[in-house]
Design a protein around this ligand. Structure first.
Ligand code: ADP
Length: 264
């Protein structure tokens, strides 16, 4: 049995005393090396889950455990070493003047030795296939390339959990495919737990498990195949199953490589 890395135990959350609950009694577990997709209509609570996982917010009820540690004010600095996040807008994630400066930034903040930093920059830029852009200024990159660099910057810290919160939402179809292919490769070779948050059912195909959120509650948790078999129920909660997602799932079941599958 693989190790449990993330646990949400009966978590409820609201943004203020007088605000409504935006998560209600939400429980799930994520294991080492697992790829879990969290999907739901806009406003269903997905980003709130991401922020709770990273200690940007804390639940009023229930608890969140990451690699054996409860997420609270005392543990957030440890938690943030273990949980890396990539957000929606590629332009909001750059701090360095060049791609390699950007990847170095998070490591500098955490006091990594210089020699180790150079090696990690090479490794992580290779992992996202951006090694030829080390000296490029980030603003010259395409949206997909920027997100790949953002992923490299997070990987450089060696997190145990990588969360992509709508990381493809601002990209064109080729950029989206670039990112999904990249994270698929990384997850296979690095063995980290991957959580991809999306409102697009097409993006859950590669995940091993899917958590479907509806109005702040976990509506269902199952394999992509089982989820897609409930097209009508999904439509009722604002999610459409695109034909290509069904096709891609069929191809995956038939053993056809998904990186070659027509996901766009
Ligand atoms: P999703 O990521 O699924 O679109 P969110 O987690 O962003 O959903 O939002 C869930 C609910 O919380 C929505 O009703 C949203 O309006 C509300 N919400 C999100 N952020 C805030 C905030 N900072 N203050 C108050 N309400 C918020």
């Amino acid at each position: 049995m693989s190790k449990k890395l993330v646990e949400f135990r009966n978590v409820s959350f609201k943004y203020g005393e007088k605000e409504p609950w935006v998560l209600r009694n939400c429980s799930f577990e994520i294991y080492e090396n697992e790829w879990v997709a969290i999907i739901g209509h806009n406003g269903s609570g997905k980003s709130t889950i991401a922020k709770l996982l990273n200690g940007l917010l804390f639940p009023q009820e229930g608890e969140i455990i990451i690699d054996g540690q409860q997420v609270n004010e005392d543990s957030i600095w440890n938690i943030r070493k273990e949980v890396g996040m990539v957000f929606q807008n590629p332009d909001n994630q750059f701090v360095g003047a060049t791609v390699q400066d950007d990847v170095a930034f998070g490591m500098e903040n955490r006091g990594f030795p210089r020699e180790e930093m150079q090696q990690r920059i090479s490794e992580t830029l290779s992992a996202v296939r951006m090694q030829d852009y080390r000296l490029t200024e980030p603003h010259r990159l395409s949206g997909g390339q920027k997100q790949r660099v953002a992923i490299a910057s997070v990987l450089a810290i060696s997190p145990k959990v990588l969360i992509l919160d709508e990381a493809t939402a601002m990209l064109d179809p080729s950029g989206r495919k670039e990112i999904m292919d990249t994270v698929g490769r990384i997850q296979e070779s690095n063995g980290l737990s991957l959580i991809t948050i999306t409102h697009d059912l097409q993006e859950v195909v590669q995940a091993e498990r899917v958590i479907v959120m509806n109005n702040g509650e976990k509506w269902k948790e199952a394999s992509p195949r089982e989820i897609f078999s409930e097209k009508d129920a999904l439509r009722k909660i604002g999610l459409d199953v695109p034909f290509v997602a069904i096709l891609a799932e069929e191809l995956k079941q038939a053993g056809v490589s998904l990186t070659a599958a027509p996901l766009n």
